[in-house]
Design a protein around this ligand. Sequence first.
Ligand code: C2E
Ligand code: MG
Ligand code: MG
Ligand code: MG
Length: 282
Amino acid sequence: RAKEAGGGVYAAYHPKMHDALMQRLSLADDLRLALERDELVLHYQPTVDLTSGEIVGFEALVRWNHPTRGMVPPLDFIGVAESTGLIVPLGRWVLAEACRQAVAWGRPLKMAVNVSVRQFEAGDLALTVAEVLAETGMPADQLCLEMTESVLLTDTDENLARIVSLKALGVMLAMDDFGTGYSSLAYLRRFPMDVLKIDRSFVDRLGSGDAEDETLVRTIVRLGQRFGMKTVAEGVENAAQVAVLREMTCDYGQGYFLSRPLPSAEATRLLETGLPSLTAAS
Ligand code: C2E
Ligand code: MG
Ligand code: MG
Ligand code: MG
């Protein structure tokens, strides 16, 4: 996880590192039990059509409702889940729970689920997805699997085969955090992705009037369009960003300005009321 480590090198042993290690070990034990004890929950963040303001789907984001630590965010345990292999059963649970929710909503909404590298490379993800679709009655074309560029970095032939078998199920594929990894352009050409999610770090700088920041995002949107992909702006935090993104013909937005990730009951309520008008907001 070089990204999180910031590429840093540990120069010397420090007692704090021991604490951190112990924390990770106990976290790994707890996480094993968390699955059995049903402590994981999904929150759902809407994906919004930037033209109509309609909710077109949700992204499922896992949280761990830990008995003593409280609500633990995914970045605090996905790494541990990956290094212990627990990501495989955890990922399967997330997939199934997200599909159950989508089926319960009974609307033609897309449900996006994040897939991490280990999950993609360990076991047969396509088989798992096929099983979950069958178990839950989820229509394949409503499910969208999000993966980052790091998933596509290694062992390209094998990974291409994996992507192809996922596509054969009829599910959609999204490239998450686009622009933060390596060789983005080559991968777009090689892998048949349906959705391009523009990383929050680019969207962050929009709306302040900086021409170069705008050019960068506009170019990514065009690139997605040229490759026949839907474009999603991540991390939309204000009305000015919505206005700029609409003008760029970016299809969808996701972010705190539109809605935070919500527990299931609140997401259900939001579906009934809809979001306040985007035009009025901007
Ligand atoms: P991601 O897939 O890029 O998800 C977007 C993250 O940005 C979420 O954080 C979301 O809460 C946050 N976000 C959304 N809108 C805004 C905004 O306007 N401003 C800011 N500052 N942040 C915003 P979260 O839920 O903490 O998830 C972090 C990452 O953890 C996700 O990034 C994803 O890579 C991973 N993750 C989450 N759930 C799962 C899962 O079920 N499986 C796997 N493998 N990874 C997951
Ligand atoms: Mg995602
Ligand atoms: Mg993302
Ligand atoms: Mg991210």
